[in-house]
Design a protein around this ligand. Structure first.
Ligand code: PEP
Ligand code: MG
Length: 586
């Protein structure tokens, strides 16, 4: 095989293969200088700023109108967020006050205000917030364009579609780009939940983000292959590589067809064992994806994102509306609402500093220490439970004392509502996440007082092997197939079944094909995962033989290392209708 000329590795953000010539997308502004404004011109300068903001708002309205026809709701939401930034007094009024006070030109003051916001957002550790800096950057550029008269670069696709290469790509860049001329995106910046990723997925365009030096390495016109499944980018590939990827492209279109066919089929093994296949969501905007990917319900709604996107606490009314809306849209499917799991990796700015947040005041501990705040959420969930398909789940339970205290607060919240004449659901199931080894080891006791278990393997792994789930330098220790993890998971499943309650897994392990086979073999009743992973795991389950997996996984658990366990089980991992995806991952 002839030698590969050059490759880059980024983060896979939107699946698929794109082959095309590069278009390097650079936004350049003339340098912004501070200019004094004479007192008698200050009001005119403020008017110039207001006009620029109005023009930017007008662009956003036009964009939404155009987009409403052919793109999904997530992207529309992004533009609504941009409008909200431009209507926010902290942005607009603060700029006006400063122009007036400092007698300085509008672009200089606005640039300074926006840089302040961008730097405070980008320093937040939580990736969800860090990536929201893109909203501020987008609005920043949009208004500066109006004030300075700069224009966005236009794509001139000479032959076929281009692969867009950019440092970062804002949602409005993406929306203003002529989509018929773009077949893929590569950005230096961004993560899996960045806007480029959301938009690219919404448009079903392959994308690789976080490629760091793409804009330095790639020049206009270079032939590029993007592999949105692995994050590989090939620059100037040889004919053999091109041939290989063209072959994969055609296999992918077969795959896509098969995925559609799976949509309405149950997640049932060949020998008739039915598994609930549910979705994990962080925001209501994800519901569209959940429904499109054939989920049996919501297995984990991470409500902390309601709290993370603002400075003040969300009210009972707002929470009730949000939860009810989700329950209605998902009916008749179940929706499991997890109570607030703030702390550690989901940290709002106003939380106290702790030396060891993962072992500190997080999840249920924080809620039990602030019962009045907690009861606001409990009342909202109880009110939403009138819909009939809502369950409640407590996170980070370390022992029965916490479950009892949390249920006592739930009873108080219910009594408060009933006393006030507010209707609540008749019998809302109340379950717990089992994600701390002490809960796993006392699962028999917990199962007597919980209606269901959902195993949070993301945390269970980190606490079992003492390896921070977010620390890439010890990622090899963070191993879902560590015998200690698997034996704990098996004992939790057994404890649940011995006590006649159902048990699911909502950690990322549920979406890993080999791990999903192990969980299936151990007897799990439900798997919950990101909506995009559902079709592949459904296909795997439909190709599996439960009785066979049941026998061999119990044998595998006696092996002393994860390598031996995986080697032993790999031959039993069913070949699925979607095996092409395995090939893409390698
Ligand atoms: C888990 O810990 O596995 C889990 C699903 O919860 P989170 O990732 O939100 O901590
Ligand atoms: Mg967790």
């Amino acid at each position: 095989m002839s030698e590969e000329r050059h490759t880059l590795k980024g983060i896979p953000a939107s699946p698929g293969i794109a082959i095309g010539r590069a278009f390097v997308y650079n936004r350049r502004f003339a340098a912004i200088h501070q200019r004094p404004i004479p007192s008698d011109r200050v009001e005119a300068e403020i008017k110039r700023f207001r006009d620029a903001v109005d023009a930017a708002l007008n662009d956003l309205t036009q964009l939404q109108r155009r987009i409403a026809v052919d793109i999904d709701q997530d992207i529309l939401k992004i533009f609504r967020t941009h409008q909200a930034v431009l209507e926010d007094p902290e942005v607009v009024d603060v700029t006006i006050v400063r122009i007036r006070r400092e007698k300085t030109n509008a672009e200089y003051v606005f640039d300074d205000v926006m840089r302040g916001w961008i730097s405070s957002y980008s320093s937040i550790e939580n990736p969800f917030f860090r990536e929201r800096t893109a909203d501020f950057e987008d609005v920043h550029y949009r208004v500066l364009e109006k004030l300075t008269g700069s224009a966005r670069p236009r794509i001139e696709a000479t032959e076929g579609k281009v692969v867009l290469v950019a440092h970062s790509l804002s949602p409005s860049d993406t929306a203003e780009i002529d989509r018929d001329s773009v077949c893929g995106f590569i950005t230096d910046a961004g993560g899996q939940t960045s806007h480029t990723a959301i938009v690219a997925r919404g448009l079903a365009v392959p994308a690789v983000v976080g490629a760091n030096i793409a804009t330095q390495e790639i020049t206009d016109g270079t032939l590029i292959i993007i592999d949105g499944n692995t994050g590989m980018v090939h620059l100037d590939p040889d004919p053999e590589t091109i041939g290989r990827y063209e072959e994969t492209q055609s296999q992918l279109s077969v795959l896509e067809h098969e995925l559609q066919e799976l949509h309405d089929l149950p997640a049932e093994t060949r020998d008739g064992r039915r598994i609930e296949l549910s979705a994990n969501i962080e925001l209501p905007a994800e519901l569209e994806d959940v429904l499109n990917h054939g989920a049996d319900g919501i297995g984990l709604y991470r409500t902390e994102f309601l709290y993370l996107v603002r400075n003040e606490l969300p009210s009972e009314e707002e929470q009730t509306r949000t939860y009810m809306d989700i329950a209605r849209r998902m009916a008749p499917h179940a929706v499991i609402i997890r109570t607030l799991d703030l702390g550690a990796d989901k940290m709002p700015t106003q939380m106290p500093d702790e030396a060891n947040p993962a072992l500190g005041q997080r999840g249920i501990r924080l809620c039990l220490s602030r019962p009045e705040m907690f009861k606001v959420q409990l009342r909202a969930i109880l009110r939403a439970s009138v819909e009939g398909n809502v369950s409640l789940m407590f996170p980070m339970i370390s022992g029965i004392h916490e479950l009892r205290r949390a249920k006592a607060l739930l009873d108080e919240a219910r009594d408060e509502l009933l006393t006030a004449g507010v209707p609540v659901g008749q019998s809302m199931p109340v379950g717990i996440m089992v994600e701390i080894p002490s809960a796993a080891l006392t699962a028999h006791d917990l199962a007597k007082e919980a209606d269901f278990f959902s195993i949070g393997t993301n945390d269970l792994i980190q606490y079992t092997v003492a390896a921070d789930r977010g620390n890439s330098s010890i990622a090899s220790l963070y191993n879902p197939c560590h015998p200690a993890v698997l034996r704990l998971v098996a004992s939790i499943i057994d404890a649940a079944h011995d006590n006649d309650i159902w048990v699911g897994v909502c950690g990322a392990m549920a979406a890993h094909p080999l791990a999903a086979c192990i969980l299936l073999g151990l007897g799990v009743d439900e798997l919950s995962m990101s909506p995009l992973d559902i079709p592949e795991i459904k296909s795997l389950i439909r190709s599996a033989d439960y009785q066979e997996l049941k026998t061999i996984t119990r044998d595998a658990l006696d092996l002393p290392t994860s390598e031996e366990i995986m080697r032993f089980l790999k031959p039993y991992q069913p070949r699925t209708e979607l095996d092409v995806s395995d090939m893409l991952r390698s």
